[in-house]
Design a protein around this ligand. Structure first.
Ligand SMILES: [Zn+2]
Ligand SMILES: [Zn+2]
Length: 345
C-alpha cells in the first residue's frame, strides 16, 4: 500500500510499504478514506521519539472496515468508522471508568514510542486498529467523512477541555490559541452553553476565522482589557489553554477570575513551571489538564456534529491526495495552512 512515512528528522515521504493485516482477534483493518495532518505529526517528525525510519505516520482517520478478527463484535465489513487517535482495551479498571488514556494497552497511532509502544499510523491506504470495539466508532448517516475525521482528536480534545472546565450556561470562556484545537474548543464551548467565548490569538487570519465562527477575538496584548470589559473586571469564568507551555499557563492565569478554572489542552514538554501559588490559594483557582477521548465521548461528539451544532470542517484549509502530503506538511509547518485533510481513494 501507499503511505506517508517518516524518513529522518524533519522529513516525510510517500512510499510503498507492506499491507497491514489482522494480527489479534480484536483487530480491524480499515481502508482509510479521510486522514488528516495534525500539529502532533509536525512535532513528532521534528522531534522524533522512538520513531524508526520508514514508520507510517498519522493518527486521525475515517474509513471502511475491510477485515476483522473473530473477537470483534461491534463492527462489520463495509461499515464506515472513525478511529480514536490512541488505543485502549475497553475492559480494565481505567477503561471501565471512561479514562481510556490511562489504559496500560495504550498505543498512539503513528507517533513512535512517545505515548506507548509504537503503532503504525493512518496516513495510509490501510491501517490496523487494535481493540477495535473500543477504538473505532461507527459513523452514522448524516455525518460526512470530512467532519468525522475531526472526532478522533481535534474536536475530541476541544470537547474534553470544555467538559473539564465545567462551564455553566452564560459563562465567559477565554480560549488561548486559534489553531485547529483552539478553534474547535471555541465551537464546542459555544455549543455547550458558554455566553461569550473570547479567542486570544496573535495571527490575523486565525482571529478572523474565530470571529466568523461566533467568538469575540483579541490579540494577546488586548485580551485582559477585553475580558475586563465583558465581565465587570472579574475575569473569565474559565480559560482553556490550547497552546501549551509556560506561555499558555501564564496567559490562563492572567485572564481567569477568582474561583475560576484554567484548563490546559496544549502540549507541555517543560519539566516544570512556577505556579503562582499564593494567588491560586487566595483566589481558590482550579488548574487542570485534559486529553481528548473519543471512546468516552463519542455519543456527545457525534450528536454535536450530526445536529449541526458544531461544524468542524471550518478549520480545514485544504484537501490533498496522499502523494501531495509531504508538501502539505511543509505548508502547515510554515503556518501557511491551518489543517490539511487527506483524501485517499
Ligand atoms: Zn491529532
Ligand atoms: Zn483498558
Amino acid at each position: 500500500m501507499r503511505a506517508v512515512v517518516y524518513t529522518g528528522e524533519g522529513r516525510v515521504e510517500v512510499d510503498t510499504v507492506p499491507d497491514p493485516g489482522v494480527e489479534e482477534p480484536t483487530d480491524v483493518v480499515v481502508r482509510v478514506r479521510r486522514a488528516a495532518v495534525c500539529g502532533t505529526d509536525l512535532h513528532v517528525v521534528a522531534h522524533p521519539t522512538g520513531l524508526p525510519e520508514g514508520f507510517v505516520l498519522g493518527h486521525e482517520f475515517v474509513g471502511e472496515v475491510v477485515d476483522l478478527g473473530a473477537g470483534v463484535h461491534g463492527h462489520r465489513r463495509g461499515g464506515l468508522v472513525v478511529g480514536a487517535d490512541f488505543t485502549s482495551c475497553g475492559r480494565c479498571w481505567w477503561c471501565r471508568r471512561g479514562d481510556h488514556w490511562e489504559c496500560a494497552e495504550r498505543q498512539f497511532f503513528g507517533t513512535g514510542s512517545a505515548f506507548g509502544p509504537a503503532l503504525p499510523g493512518a496516513q495510509a491506504e490501510l491501517v490496523r486498529v487494535p481493540h477495535a470495539d473500543t477504538v473505532l466508532q461507527a459513523v452514522p448517516d448524516g455525518v460526512d467523512v470530512d467532519a468525522a475525521v475531526f472526532l478522533g482528536d481535534t474536536l475530541a480534545t476541544g470537547y474534553a477541555a470544555v467538559q473539564r472546565a465545567a462551564i455553566r450556561p452564560g459563562d465567559t470562556v477565554a480560549v488561548i490559541g486559534g489553531g485547529p484545537v483552539g478553534q474547535l474548543t471555541s465551537l464546542a464551548a459555544q455549543a455547550c452553553g458558554a455566553g461569550i467565548v473570547v479567542l486570544v490569538e496573535p495571527v490575523d487570519a486565525r482571529r478572523e476565522l474565530a470571529a466568523a465562527q461566533g467568538a469575540v477575538v483579541a490579540t494577546p496584548d488586548d485580551a485582559r482589557a477585553l475580558v475586563d470589559r465583558l465581565t465587570d473586571r472579574r475575569g473569565a469564568d474559565a480559560v482553556i489553554d490550547a497552546i501549551g507551555g509556560p506561555r499558555g499557563l501564564q496567559t490562563g492565569f492572567a485572564l481567569v477570575r477568582r474561583r475560576g478554572t484554567v484548563v490546559s489542552v496544549g502540549v507541555h514538554t517543560d519539566p516544570g513551571w512556577e505556579l503562582p501559588v499564593a494567588r491560586a490559594f487566595a483566589d481558590e483557582l482550579t488548574l487542570t489538564f485534559a486529553i481528548g477521548d473519543l471512546a468516552r465521548d463519542a455519543g456527545p461528539l457525534l450528536a454535536l456534529v450530526r445536529s449541526g451544532a458544531v461544524d468542524p470542517t471550518v478549520v480545514a484549509s485544504e484537501t490533498v491526495p496522499l502523494d501531495a502530503v509531504p508538501e502539505a506538511y511543509a505548508r502547515m509547518a510554515g503556518r501557511r495552512t491551518l489543517k490539511t485533510l487527506i483524501a485517499i481513494q
